[in-house]
Structure formats: C-alpha cells, structure tokens
Design a binder for this molecule. Structure first.
Ligand SMILES: Nc1ncnc2c1ncn2[C@@H]1O[C@H](COP(=O)(O)OP(=O)(O)OP(=O)(O)O)[C@@H](O)[C@H]1O
Length: 427
C-alpha cells in the first residue's frame, strides 16, 4: 500500500484585491454601478501538489513569491479564491512571529489559548505545560504579557508550543531564524526527531537547511509552482536564479573541443571537466579544467587526508574582457553544505583584467582541513567585482569529488576533527 497523503492541494489560486488608495475600497463598497476600484493580483496561480505522510517538504522562493500565502491557506488562516485543499491530521504552525498569540496575555495564558485552538482541554494542556516550559526555557517571563518579550523569547515559546501539541503536520516559516544559534540548533535537532514520524513543511531561504532536512522541495515563483522535486537539483537552479545567472548542464569536453584553444604549457597538466556538470553563471568565462595535486609529490590526487598540503589548479577560458576578476572555490560535504570557501579577493590578490583568447591558469596552495572521512566535493568559480557585490560568470558545482581518508578514529562524529588536541589527567 502506498503512503497516504497528509496534504493534497489542487489548482489552488489566491487573488488579492489591490487598491491604490484606502478610499477606493470604500468607493467600491458603496458603488451602486458595481464599478471596480481594484486590480486583481494572483499571489498563487493554480498550484497543485501532494505531501505524503511523513515527508519533509521544503518551500523556497524569492520574497513575495507566495510562500506565506500558501502556508496561511494550509493552516486555515486565509481562504483560497479557488481550488481545493485537503489536509489529513492536526496542523501545528509556526508562522510569522506572533500568529496565534495574543500580545496582552501572558506566555502561560497563550499556551492554554493555543491548546484550545488545537482542540485540547485545559487538563490535557496542563500535562503538556512542563514540556513546553522546559523547551522554551524563558524562566519567569512566562508569567509576563508576551508583548514584553524579545523576538527571540517569542519564537522560543511559539516553537515550544508548536512541537508539544502533538501535531501530525508541523509547519515552520522563516521564524526560526530569529532565535539565537543555540536555540536554532536545538530546534533543528527536534525537527530531525519529529520528521521521523510527522509531516514537516519548511519555508526557508537557507538552502543548506533544505538540503539537509527535506526529502523534496517546492519552488514557487510569482505565485506559480516552478519546480517540485529533488532538493539538491532544485536548490542549485534556485541559487543560479537568485544571482541572475543561468543554470545549465554543460558537457565540458564538447565545449573545450569546440573552443579549440590548445597552447602547450601547464594547462596541459590540468584535467578537462568532461563530465556533465551543473554550472551557474552568465557565460562570460568558463572553467574548463581542474586538478588537485599533492604539493610534495606533485602527483594528481582525489584521495586526501586531513592536513595534507595541496595545490588546486584551475584553467579558465574568458570569453569577454573581465575587469576585477575573482577566482575561488568551495569545499562541500556530501549533503551540499559548504564547509569552506576562499577566493583571490579575500586573499588580497588583485587580479589584472582578463582578456579573451588567452589561457588563464590559477593555483591555490592550501592545507586541506582536518575533515572527517567521507566524500567531499570542490566547486570552483569565477566572478568579477568584489566579495560584497559581484557577478558570477561560472560556478561549477562539484567539479571534483574527493575521498577523505579516515585517520584511525573514524567512529567519532562531526564534520571536522580537532587538530593538536592534548589531553591530560590533572588530578
Ligand atoms: N493581504 C494582502 N493584500 C494584498 N497583497 C498581499 C497580501 N498579502 C500578501 N500580498 C502579496 O502577495 C504576494 C505574496 O506574498 P507572500 O507573503 O505570500 O510571499 P512570500 O513568498 O511569503 O514572501 P517573503 O519571502 O517575503 O515572506 C506578495 O506580492 C505580497 O505583496
């Protein structure tokens, strides 16, 4: 038997009426001729998708794309203009700060108020209060009106309530980003635990969260469901879209052969990128080769150890004159989280203008971080401008795959091993 759907959404449309002036709204209400004083604005345009029970679904999209509108409809705060939604199970939502909280009531009173909204009796909620207080950890403030809370305290209480009312479906808007880092980590640990048994919907701009937690992602753009599928692939396309670049799959071998720029030299040592790779950028430059060498032996390698001295070589073809170029690379783990990044700009290296039809080769000499064993990737990039304000010309996702060897204590968890630890028994 297939998994049940927790949420079914069909042809969902939400139209907001936009008035130029407040008085237009009044005029429209009073108009005998039924004259329209508003413009229709489709915040959601015929969106359809299902969410399976137990699935963790991410929702991404630029500001104003319709994400909150969708969540508000799912939680019953807003009604759709047309379309159908069917939700199976109890929803608990952590929407924008304060939704569902009465600012004049104390934290404790709001806990009971939320309980009532969720259909729990006073005594049922009393059983949950200890768990809520322990998670929120806001001390005596629980007896103060919530309007006196800092935004961090607010989100602590709201999250604690949301997860303790035993929802079948947990909806989390960007709200979590308000809490301090330690609280965020605590929430993510809790979400990780909850997602084993519950359906979780996440709206976030943080793609590493999407990649880490979500089984699937929806990308909404200007009210339209643009993509629905694999988080890794969609977040790459989204990243490219957000920097105004194209996303494409490129066969580097064909590109390099077509370019035909072969001048003997160090670039011959560099391996061409001959796999189908995901690239984002505006095509003013192309990264056509990459090699990683052991600095001591000079041999190419894709198997490395923590702390190993390495040299990364990049070959870049420039198709148009590039002023203020920046060359860099990222190391990512297998979940796509960026572990480390560097580039010529932050290293203080002002590169001269790059001109077309010239072979450009760059190198980075560095000590590989002391990463736990496993697979990692290197993604090289060329941009121009400054760190703060740059245009991406080519960013090749996962151009090199590295195997990091275990150091003998691979049972330890974590991304990075501590270096030079000295342990002493002092007493
Ligand atoms: N009550 C409203 N009346 C009119 N327009 C609205 C209303 N609420 C939202 N909108 C518009 O609908 C569009 C979608 O808004 P929504 O808040 O759903 O976007 P979002 O994707 O959640 O954005 P963000 O990432 O900024 O939170 C926006 O253009 C917004 O201006």
């Amino acid at each position: 038997m297939g998994q049940m759907n927790a949420i079914e959404v069909k042809d969902l449309t939400k139209i907001y009426k936009l008035y130029n002036k407040q008085t237009d709204r009044l005029k429209e209400t009073l108009s005998l001729s039924k004259k329209k004083y508003h413009k229709d604005f489709k915040a959601l345009n015929r969106i359809s998708f299902n969410v399976k029970t137990g699935e963790c679904l991410g929702i991404i999209g630029k500001n104003g794309s319709g994400k909150s509108t969708l969540l508000k409809i799912l939680t019953g705060v807003l009604t759709p203009t047309s379309g159908a939604i069917d939700v199976t199970g109890k929803i608990s939502a952590l929407l924008e700060l304060g939704a569902g909280f009465n600012p004049d009531l104390t934290g404790m009173e709001n806990i009971y108020l939320n309980g009532t909204i969720m259909g729990y009796s006073h005594s049922e909620m009393s059983e949950k209060v200890d768990g809520i207080l322990a998670f929120a950890d806001i001390g005596e403030f629980i007896h103060q009106p919530v309007k006196s809370y800092s935004s961090g305290m607010f989100v602590r209480l709201a999250f604690a309530v949301a997860i303790n009312v035993e929802p079948d479906i947990l909806i989390i808007d960007e709200a979590l980003s308000v809490g301090d880092l330690r609280f965020q980590q605590k929430c993510y640990r809790k979400i990780d635990e909850l997602k084993k048994t519950k359906t979780v919907l996440f709206v976030t701009h943080d793609l590493s969260v999407i990649n880490k937690y979500c089984d699937r992602v929806l990308w909404i753009n200007e009210g339209i469901l643009l993509e629905d599928g694999d988080p890794k692939m969609i977040s790459k396309k989204y990243q490219a879209f957000m920097i105004g670049a194209d996303f494409k799959k490129i066969n580097f071998k064909e590109q390099v052969e077509a370019a035909g720029s072969v001048v003997p030299g160090i670039e011959d040592e560099i391996d061409s990128l001959n796999d189908e790779l995901d690239v984002m950028g505006d095509d003013k430059a192309m990264i056509t080769g990459i090699s990683l060498l052991d600095s001591i032996t000079g041999e190419k390698t894709s198997v490395v150890e923590g702390n190993q001295e390495l040299r990364l070589l990049l070959k870049i073809d420039v198709l148009q004159k590039l002023e203020d170029p920046i060359v860099g690379f990222s190391i990512k783990d297998r979940l796509g989280t960026i572990i480390s990044q560097t580039n010529s700009y932050v290293l203080g290296s002002d590169l001269a203008t790059l001109h077309p039809n010239k072979n450009n080769v760059f190198s980075f000499d560095f000590r590989f971080p002391n990463l736990n064993h496993g697979q990692y990737t290197i993604s090289p990039a060329i941009a121009s401008g400054t760190q703060e304000d740059h245009r991406q010309h080519s960013w090749v996702h996962d151009a090199l795959v590295l195997q990091v060897l275990p150091l003998g204590y691979e049972e330890l968890s974590g991304i990075v091993h501590l270096s030079d630890v000295i342990f002493s028994s002092l007493k």
